[in-house]
Design a protein around this ligand. Structure first.
Ligand code: MN
Length: 229
């Protein structure tokens, strides 16, 4: 097969302790998955339906440097646990869902909050607020065999050394196995998919020069510097 010009490189994430990379297919995200965060955004928690959205796979940032994006004056950090899918499937039962997990990573669902809120006010999609270049910094993935699963565990995020998010996965509204199962009713999951599982309370703005540190128990620390655009 030939192409009229070279395709872009396969998006990929490092795997802790291995030379081989994790080739990324899609990036799914869960919104509204911690009650305290939903309250800080001015809404009420619900288990009616999971709030899913996507980011393009080439939005990944794996070198720890995120250029401040255009079109916003209110770029927010959202520290999140990321599930890396190692075995695809559709209509996956919740009881078997964790068998589809390759590993876990720490990720930032970076958000142009001004654009997201403006879109929501007029019933437009969230894409410009959520799915932009550089909007998905992630740490290397730790395989399940090394880190286990995350029914509980601590997530802490600092900006310039100040603690801004401090939560436990026990407080997730939709647990990881439920997220995988519900998502697989809407999309056929593939090995290589990433799922950002939602952010706890404490989100806020960053500017160029700010340093974000995200620590999740048993995972690699994610450090991201916001650089001038
Ligand atoms: Mn999020």
């Amino acid at each position: 097969m030939t192409f009229v010009f070279p395709g872009r490189p396969q998006p990929a994430v490092a795997i802790s302790g291995q030379d081989a990379l994790f080739p990324v297919n899609r990036i799914y995200c869960v919104g509204k998955n911690y009650a305290a965060h939903i309250r800080e955004m001015g809404a009420e928690a619900s288990r009616d339906a999971v709030c899913f959205f996507l980011k393009p796979a080439d939005a990944l940032v794996t070198d720890g440097r995120m250029p401040y994006p255009p079109g916003t004056a209110n770029l927010h950090f959202e520290g999140e646990l990321v599930i890396a899918i190692g075995k695809g499937g559709a209509n996956i039962p919740a009881a078997a869902a964790l068998d589809h997990v390759f590993g876990y990573a720490a990720g930032l669902d970076m958000t142009r909050r001004d654009l997201q809120l403006a879109a929501g006010r007029v019933g437009h999609p969230w894409d410009t607020g959520k799915a932009f270049d550089g909007s998905a910094p992630v740490s290397p993935i730790v395989p399940v065999a090394q880190c286990g699963h995350f029914a509980r565990g601590s997530l802490k995020l600092w900006v310039n050394g100040l603690l801004r998010q401090d939560a436990d996965f026990g407080d997730l509204i939709w647990k990881n196995h439920e997220v995988i199962s519900e998502l697989s009713k809407l999309y056929t999951l593939q090995a290589g998919d990433l799922i950002f599982t939602g952010t706890p309370a404490g989100v806020g703005p960053v500017v160029a020069g700010d340093r974000i540190e995200l620590c999740i128990d048993r995972l690699n620390k994610l450090e991201v510097l916001i650089t001038a655009s």
